[in-house]
Design a protein around this ligand. Structure first.
Ligand code: GTR
Length: 380
């Protein structure tokens, strides 16, 4: 079985964490070029994450997919246009609609780069009350489009035996043990959002970032691994089975997450409860699949349930794959002090002071990072 070769190729500096090396295949072959990475190791890793953790979706882009702009209006005193777009799809078990909200800045002469925010709200007011600020306003002011995708439109966040949402529409009667869970279903929805954005001439679909907090951060990472159309991938405090490596993690374990949220991942994942050291992958390999695209991981200092140290290490141990592409990555192996963002080469990280939340501070760092990335690209 795979495990013998995997244990042979651990990252040396990972010490007691004993992390598998992204740059050795399951057959023990070392990856030394981006060609080998792309044709061999990356697909192998993707398969393992589908098989053991997030699950396989029975459908990609459905033939029935259609887009309908249902309303367009001027908002934010004329500084933005809000488009409400219905993304509709159909399958053997029924129909579904993603009610997308797209805010576009009006002062740009070209299509806008944009952030897709995965979140649980469909209502701006409700979100503002919960978050204490208006993310669309912060983004529009900085010249970014802000796209809100509400996960409940695709799959409810509860263990409903996979009867509702896209599971009800597309799943077989007997779900195999590697069938997609709710996180994978939400990631599928994010790709349908991208299908739409590719048709929207107000948005530069080559410059679309995907961002989410916590469970939506796990979703953002899985979306970014599966769908390379997303140019920039951001995880805010995604913790267990998100950015944080599972081996030696403090706070939420695989057992705890599978027990409390049995619908998030596939059934195979449950066999790794209290056996994280036997998983053939760990979460730094998920981050490595974002390469060579820019990635940003954010932690919060009091969010020990997520475990900032394990989130930082994960990014740090994904660096070897970025280096294969000639990027330096974070440029340090030391976690930075609180509130001191690292803007590295294709990689960013910060550990904000405080609790588990997507704060305006976090969004500002993501925008700063991306501004810098564009400046570098334009040779400034
Ligand atoms: C917690 C869960 C975390 C995280 C969080 C959230 O209850 O244990 O993995 O996803 O919810 O989404 O806010």
């Amino acid at each position: 079985m795979q495990e013998s070769s995997i244990t042979k190729h651990l990252i040396e500096e990972s010490g007691e964490r004993k992390l598998p090396d992204p740059l050795y295949t399951n057959a023990g072959e070392q990856i030394i070029s981006t060609e080998q990475w792309e044709s061999n190791r990356r697909p192998e890793l993707l398969e393992m994450f589908k098989e053991h953790i997030y699950g396989r979706s029975p459908v990609n882009r459905p033939d029935s997919l259609s887009f309908n702009v249902v309303e367009t209006k001027s908002v934010m005193e004329g500084n933005a246009v809000l488009k409400k777009v219905d993304i509709s799809f159909e399958g053997p078990g029924g129909k579904g609609i993603i009610h997308l909200k797209v805010f576009v800045p009006t002062n740009l002469k070209k299509p806008a780069p944009a952030f897709v925010l995965i979140n649980k709200f469909n209502d701006e007011q409700e979100r503002k009350e919960m978050w204490g600020y208006s993310p669309e306003k912060s983004m529009i002011e900085r010249g970014y489009g802000a796209v809100f995708y509400c996960t409940a439109d695709v799959d409810p966040d509860e263990h409903d035996e996979f009867k509702n949402g896209v599971h009800g529409i597309y799943d077989e009667e007997q779900r195999p043990s590697d069938a997609w869970g709710t996180i994978a279903a939400w990631a599928w929805g994010a790709s349908r959002v991208m299908d739409y954005l590719e048709t929207d001439t107000d948005i530069d679909s080559d410059k679309v970032a995907i961002v989410g907090h916590s469970r939506s951060g796990k979703t953002a990472l899985w979306t970014g691994a599966l769908d390379e159309r997303f140019a920039f991938v951001i995880s805010n405090e995604s913790g267990s089975t998100g950015a944080a490596i599972s081996r030696g993690k403090i706070g939420e374990t695989i057992n705890q997450i599978n027990t409390k949220f049995p619908h998030w991942f596939n059934d195979n994942y449950k066999s790794f409860n209290d056996r994280e050291f036997e998983l053939p992958v760990d979460q730094h390999m998920l981050l490595s699949m974002i390469a060579p695209r820019p990635i940003y991981v954010a932690s919060a200092s009091e969010d020990l349930w997520c475990d900032p140290e394990s989130e930082f290490l994960s990014l740090s141990f994904a660096t070897s794959v970025y280096q294969l592409y000639g990027f330096k990555g974070l440029g340090t192996k030391q976690p930075p002090p609180i509130d001191s963002p690292i803007i590295g080469d294709q990689m960013g990280y910060h550990n904000r002071y405080g609790k588990h939340k997507l704060k305006e501070y976090d969004l500002v760092q993501f925008m700063n990072f991306w501004d810098g990335y564009f400046e570098k690209e334009n040779g400034h």
